[in-house]
Ligand binder design. Sequence first.
Ligand code: ATP
Ligand code: MG
Length: 364
Amino acid sequence: MTRKLSSEVKLERVGKRYGEVRAVREVSLTILPGEFFTLLGPSGCGKTTLLRLIAGFASLDSGRILLDGEPIDHVPPWKRNVGLVFQHGALWPHLSVYENVAFGLRERKIPPAELASRVAAALSLVGLEGFERRRPSQLSGGQQQRVALARTLAIQPRLLLLDEPLSNLDAQLRAQMRLELARLQRELAITTIYVTHDQAEALALSHRVAVFQDGAVVQEGTPEEIYWRPRNRFVAEFVGAANLVPAQVMELRETGVLVEAGTSIRLPVPADPARWRTGARALLCLRPEALRLEEAAIGRGTGFFATVAGRVFEGDRHIYEVRTGEGSLLRVEMPALGAARIFRLGDRVRVEFSAETVVLLPDG
Ligand SMILES: Nc1ncnc2c1ncn2[C@@H]1O[C@H](COP(=O)(O)OP(=O)(O)OP(=O)(O)O)[C@@H](O)[C@H]1O
Ligand SMILES: [Mg+2]
C-alpha cells in the first residue's frame, strides 16, 4: 500500500450519445499523475457517463481515452485496473467487512498471505481496523462508504474514480469524510477523478476542477481560478453565490476596461481589453464576501450607494441584502466581529470593494 499509484489520463474529444441525448460532447481533458481532479456540474450533465466511459462500462461513440499514453478503448474494464466507487457503496450485504474488501482480490486470485495483508492495509487506510467481522448492516453510512473505498483501494488501481461518494451522508459526516478523502488521496498520490454537483466539495478537495454543462466542459482550472475568474454566467452562478449587475463597457484601457452600471457605478475592471469592445453589454460579477458596507457619509472607496433591504445573522457573519439606485438587489456577506457596525433596514450605505475582485462576464 505504500507503493505510489498514479497514472495520467487523457481524454481526446470524447463523445457519447444515448439516442437523442448527447450525454458527453467533445470532452478533451488531461488529468496528471497524482492529481485530484473533479468533474463538477448539475444533475444530468454527463458526469457519471464520463466515469463509466473511463472505467469501460460504456463504450465511446467518438474520440479516445489514453491511460499513460496507451489508448484503452478496446481494453475490457477488468483489464484497465481502474477503481470505481459509486454513490451508493453497493456492498455485499451477506458478506463481512473483511470479505467485502477481499472480494476483488479473490477474483484476481491473489495468494492467501498477500490477500490478508492487503485487506488489513486497506482497512487501516480508511481507519476501520477491528471492524473485519461486521456486516454492512452493522455499520453507519460513513463506515459503509469507507468499506467501499477500502475495497477499491485493495486492488491497487492505477486510477481512482469516485462518483458522488459522500452524497448520501449527513452534512457533518460529509465534512469529516471530505477531509479524510483529501488526506488519503495526498498520501497515496493516486490519480483521482471525483464527480460531484456540490461546489463546496469540489473547491475543497481538488487540485483542478472541470465545470460541466450539458455534456461539455465549460471551464477547467484550479479552484481559485474557477471561483475568482469564472468564464461565464453559468460558472459564476454554479460555483458559489454571485451578484450579477448589468453593465456597459465605456472605454478600453491598456490594463483593463472601464465599465458603467446604471448611473451610480463607474469603475475600472481588470479584464482583458482584447476581448471587449467599447459599448459592449456585460455583467459585473461581485462575490458577496468581497463586498463590504460603510456608512454612506463615510465611504469613499471604490463602490456605490445603496439601501439596506434585509439582514440575516448567521453567527459568524451578517448577510445583507441591499438595493442599488437602479433597483437591483445584491447580497453582501460580512464577518460578524464584535466591533462590526450593524446596519438596519432602510439605512443608506456605501457598498465598497476592491476592483481586483470584480469579474466582467459576457452578457447572456
Ligand atoms: N443508459 C442510459 N440510457 C439513456 N440515457 C442515459 C443513460 N445514461 C445516462 N443517460 C442520459 O445521459 C445524460 C447524462 O447522464 P449522467 O448520468 O451522466 O448525468 P450526471 O451528470 O451523472 O447526473 P447526476 O448528477 O444526476 O448523477 C442524462 O440526460 C441521462 O438521462
Ligand atoms: Mg451521476
